[in-house]
Design a protein around this ligand. Structure first.
Ligand SMILES: [Fe+2]
Length: 331
């Protein structure tokens, strides 16, 4: 029996009902007091049958811990230990779900008006579907034939025709990016990472040359125009069916690991792996090349800068691999 099921404000209710992500709320006794329809769809049960059930009974067949003594449910862990999670990637261990269900879990405690713990909530984002979409797209890209590859190279030439720096830059970024995939043991991505890096700045076609090659500081408006190039590039590439995935990578090459990048503010693993690799290769190449407005930095400086920005701008694992490659020592 649940003593009291609180009424949710209509706005919260609307968000819960329309979300494809999974939201669960329990009270201080671990009883489910709210779940959204996405949970019902995932588990293929009526959400009314979950309300009022102890979460551990309803989703974990009464088991609180795995054989190593770890909590099976992050939500119960949060309630009992106060430890909150933000985008923790995990495999969902509920017996009700397929074993390959992967999600990002965020949890938090809820407090009553007196500041006492009243329960906890969890918010799970399904990564399984996104992962399988990525795999499907990677397979598609495997099928790029020679003719399509030539089209990509023509794009790359077209960029270079307007701006010598960009052409040489993209080729060097492609080489660095491929070195990273090799170092990470992801040789199967060598081809796609190379092609994606070659065209990562294709959207600069849409930016006037006087802005691209401007030797002095950019105005805010000019900077905003340059910032549009990942979206312009993605829009060009998506015109060709088999390049849609390249567009997806290109669009995300200026996203930051901490979510403060552009154009979509993706964070962590939400950013396609290849975009995260290109971001590191791109930054290193840019720092170690002469630009219209400054001379190149030393390799040591560039390495230090990558290390400083690992975890904020860049994926720290990728930086670690790359730093080992260029300096022979770990970050
Ligand atoms: Fe770029």
């Amino acid at each position: 029996m649940v003593e009291k099921i609180p009424q949710l404000p209509s706005f919260t209710k609307m968000i819960m009902e329309s979300s494809d992500d999974f939201i669960t709320v329990i009270n201080a006794q671990g009883i489910i007091i709210a779940v959204n329809p996405a949970v019902g769809r995932l588990l293929r049960i009526s959400i009314d049958s979950l309300i009022g059930q102890p979460l551990i009974q309803a989703l974990y067949r009464g088991k609180k811990f795995d054989y190593q003594g770890n909590y099976l449910s992050p939500l119960i862990e949060t309630l009992e230990t106060g430890k909150e999670f933000i985008n923790k990637e995990r495999r969902y261990n509920s017996p009700l779900l397929p074993s390959d269900f992967i999600c990002y879990t965020s949890t938090g405690l809820l407090y009553d008006n007196d500041g006492k713990i009243a329960g906890a909530y969890s918010y799970d984002k399904d990564l399984t579907r996104r992962r399988s979409l990525e795999r499907t797209n990677e397979n598609l890209v495997d099928k790029i034939n020679m003719q399509q590859l030539q089209t990509v190279l023509a794009f790359s030439e077209a960029i270079g025709a307007r701006d010598d720096y960009t052409r040489g830059h993209s080729e060097r970024v492609a080489e660095y990016a491929q070195m990273i995939t090799t170092a990470m043991g992801l040789q199967e991505l060598n081809e796609i990472v190379y092609v994606a890096a070659l065209v990562h700045d294709v959207g600069k076609i849409g930016i006037p040359e006087q802005i691209l090659n401007k030797p002095s500081k950019l105005t805010e408006e000019e900077y905003q125009r340059i910032k549009a190039h990942p979206v312009i590039g993605a829009n060009i590439l998506k015109q060709i069916d088999t390049f849609a995935y390249l567009g997806y990578i290109v669009r995300a090459h200026h996203e930051r690991f901490d979510g403060k990048g552009y154009p979509d503010g993706l964070a962590g693993e939400e950013i396609p792996l290849i975009s995260r690799i290109i971001a590191v290769a791109d930054a290193f190449e840019a720092m170690t090349s002469d630009r219209s407005y400054r001379q190149r930095f030393t390799i040591d400086y560039a390495v230090e800068e990558l290390k400083r920005c690992a975890g904020s701008q860049f994926d720290p694992i990728i930086v670690d691999h790359f730093v080992k490659l260029v300096s022979g020592k770990p970050s």
